[in-house]
Design a protein around this ligand. Sequence first.
Ligand SMILES: Cc1ncc(COP(=O)(O)O)c(C=O)c1O
Length: 372
Amino acid sequence: MEIKPFKVEEWMNEYEKEAVYDIAGTCVKNFSLSELFSFCGVDERDFMHNLSQKTLTYLNISGSDEYKNGICSLYKTLKPENVLSTVGAAGANHLVFYSLIEPGDEVVSVVPTYQQLYSIPESFGAKVKILRLRPENDFLPDLEELAALVTPKTRLICLNNPNNPTGALIDDDLLKKIANIAEKNGAYVLCDEVYRGLEENSVSSSIVDIYEKGISTGSMSKTFSLAGVRAGWVATKDKKVLASLFSHREYSLICCSVLDEAISALALENAGKIINRNKKILAENREILNNWLSAQNNYYCCAPKAGTTALLYYKKDVSSKVFCDRLSKQKGVFTTPGFCFELENCFRIGYGCEKSLLKRGMELLNEFAYGI
Ligand SMILES: Cc1ncc(COP(=O)(O)O)c(C=O)c1O
C-alpha cells in the first residue's frame, strides 16, 4: 500500500544527529525513570521490585485497570470500558483509521497538523478534504469553510487540539460548534489530544466529553514527558467504534507492554503534579520566546496558546527546507521546516527544552537572520 513519506519524521531522523542546539523537540524535558520515581515520591527499589514480580504474559488485553483508570481521570465522562491502550498516540491514530476508513470514504482534516491525520486516510483510499488553518484566523478552524467541506458522505473529521505545530487552542464553544456540524452530517470527530493539559490558561475539553461520536487519542509522550515509554490510548463512548477498534487491534497489537503500562499508571496517579511541572516550564519558556520576539524584527509568530510548539515566520525569500538546512549546518540549530506541515516561509520550534538551550537557540537565530 502506497503512503506519502512522513515529512516531519524523515526530517527529524536526518537532522537530529547533527543538532548542537536542538530546539525542534516537541516534548517537555523528558523524565528518566529515576527522575520520575523521585518526582512522584516513590521508592525506586520497591517499584522495580514489584515490577519484576509481574508475569510477562499477555495481560489485561485492552489495558491494565490502573492505566485505564488513570486515563479516565483526565476526562469528565469516560469509563475504563471506553478506553483501549495503544503504542503511543501514533499507534492510536493509526488504529482509528485502520478501523474506520474504507476506500471512497470522505475525510476532512485540518492542516497544518501531524501528517498522520491526512496521509493515513488518503493511503487507505479515502478522499481527504483539507481545512486550512490560517495565521489571520489564529490558526483556528473556520466554521463556514468546515460546513462547506462536510457532507453526509463525511465519515470522519480530524482535528488536533492543542495543535502541533501552531500552538493554537480550540475552546469549548468552537469545539461544540464543530461537533454540531459533524452531528448534522452523521460524521465522527477524531481529535488528536496528545498535547491536552498543556494549555497556557484554560483547560481544553476533550471531544469525547462534548460529542457522542467523538474519538480522542492521547499518550504519555508530551503532557507527561515519557515519550520513550511508548504508551498511548484511544477513547470513545461510541460502542460500534469501540468494537471495531478492538477487533482491528487484535490483528495489529494483541495488547500493550505490561511494563510500559505500570510506569504510565504511576505517572497518571501523579498527573496533576506532572502537568504543573510542565506548564511551569512552558510558561517560563513562552516568556523567553515572547521577549525575544518583541526585541527583533526578523521573525514573527502567532503567539502559541497551548502545547509545546510555535511556528516562526521569516522574511527572506528562501524555501523553508533551505532555511532550516543552512541554519543547522551554519549554526548547529535544529528546527523543523514549514514544508513538513505543508507551509512555507516558516519553521517550527519546540519550546519545552532547557531555558539556556532555548535562549542560545534564539541568539543564534538572530545571528543567522543577518547572514543569509
Ligand atoms: C499531534 C501529534 N500526534 C501524535 C504524535 C505521536 O505521539 P506519540 O509519541 O504518542 O506516538 C505526535 C508526536 O509528535 C504529535 O505531535
